[in-house]
Design a protein around this ligand. Structure first.
Ligand code: NAP
Ligand code: ZN
Length: 368
């Protein structure tokens, strides 16, 4: 056996995590806070963060308006504001979008002259500014991953970057911030968290530590599935945030697999929310796992205490395909997916032909 597991994030989880751990925010003299449009304010996370900074005598500048599926161009623009304001650390408050943007901003602020291509290749000389992440969704686990997934229009899809230096220094998780999430976003993001744990178990990069965390997370997710379906989600908000964070810890080491890679074009071209896009792909992904990764699949199903067909019908019932691409679009999607490194993490073939066949099966009967 041969593995490593290093997660250099100070994780504080629980009610009032931000205000209780205010002293942990002493990472610099001035913070650049980045949020999405309005949710950080509405859910109370921004006010808690500002109170915590003030209690420590730390000044701050707030940028509101990171878009969903953030664009690399916008991150570079916000980084210029960080430099102008003299910020020496970055706090991302929100779902995966503001947290991922915070990582790119932290890199660009330290390395203003790098190109987008250099960012995505993790080619820069100066360490990024320290990053703090405060999640307000339970989905991406971005608060504990080094990954940042950005829209890059030049290649007409999303691309990720990340290395040992882009892990957040501090993650402050308080499940109460997710109470204001609409049911639909709760469902999509919960699916994303589940998919991370599930795909991490399928990955050939999995380790005994990631398997242990994923097994626990999948058991917890199984206990949430009924309430996610019925819509009675308030009692499971704490569990969902835990699952999301555990998934982040594990994909940091194992990466994701075909399901995420196949989901990106659905988001880029049709704006399907990330976890929902992966769910549309999942039934066909499960068929491929049955063929190419039966043992790993069985391990995950055992943790969930369900069969592949039960899982497939749960997904089909709750995450119906809502888009109708044309057959002409699919070859390009297959080419793009083939370039995603995550498709090399399992034995499912990642040649363009198989990927196109998977897209054909996903949209069978649904094409324009
Ligand atoms: P998101 O794109 O950050 O946010 C989706 C929507 O939810 C936004 O409209 C946001 O509104 C709203 N929202 C957020 N928190 C809320 C709250 N507490 N109450 C009410 N509304 C709230 O969603 P996400 O699913 O968390 O993140 C998706 C992004 O993360 C994608 O770009 C995906 O590719 C990326 N991702 C990253 C990783 C990673 O490891 N880094 C892993 C998976 C996915 P506001 O605009 O007002 O905030
Ligand atoms: Zn994801």
């Amino acid at each position: 056996m041969d593995f490593k597991f290093c997660l250099p994030v100070d994780i504080r989880f629980g009610a009032d995590a931000v205000t209780k751990n205010a002293s942990a925010l002493r990472l610099g003299k001035k913070a650049l806070i980045v949020t999405g449009a309005t949710s950080a304010e509405k859910c109370g996370a921004l006010a808690d963060c500002v109170d915590a900074l003030k209690s420590q005598g730390i000044s701050y500048y707030t940028f509101k308006g990171v878009g969903n599926n953030p664009e690399v161009e916008q991150c570079a623009e916000i980084a210029a504001i960080a430099v102008r304001e003299g910020a020496d650390f970055v706090i991302g408050i929100g779902g995966g979008s503001p947290m991922d943007a915070a990582k790119a901003i932290a890199v660009f602020a330290s390395n203003p002259d790098i190109s987008y291509a250099e960012l995505f290749k993790n080619e820069y000389k100066i360490a990024p500014l320290p990053i703090v992440a405060i999640p307000t969704t339970s989905g991406t686990g971005s608060e504990v991953t080094p990954w940042s997934i950005l829209t890059w229009h030049e290649i007409k899809t999303k691309r990720s970057f990340g290395s040992q230096v882009t892990f957040p220094t501090l993650a402050l998780l308080d499940p109460k911030y997710t109470k204001s999430l609409p049911l639909s976003v709760t469902r999509h993001t919960a699916m994303d968290a589940f998919q991370h744990c599930f795909e991490s178990m399928m990955s050939h990069k999995s380790t005994p530590i990631s398997d242990a965390l994923n097994t626990h997370a999948l058991r917890e997710f199984a206990s949430c599935m009924e309430q996610l379906e019925s819509g009675d989600v308030d009692p499971i908000r704490e569990k969902l945030m835990l699952i999301s964070m555990l998934g982040g810890c594990t994909i940091s080491h194992t990466g994701t697999t075909h399901m995420h890679a196949l989901g990106y074009p659905l988001t880029y071209y049709y704006g399907v929310p990330h976890g929902f896009a992966n769910a549309m792909v999942m039934p066909v992904y499960l068929e491929e796992l049955e063929k190419h990764e039966p043992e790993r699949l069985q391990r995950a199903l055992t943790a969930l205490n369900m069969s592949a067909s039960e899982l497939k019908s749960y997904v089909l019932r709750n995450y119906e395909i809502t888009i109708n691409p044309s057959a002409d679009e699919l070859p390009n999607w297959a080419e793009q997916t083939n370039r995603q490194g995550s498709t090399k993490n399992t034995d499912i073939p990642n040649d363009v032909e198989n990927l196109l066949d998977m897209f054909d099966r996903i949209f069978s009967g649904k094409l324009k």
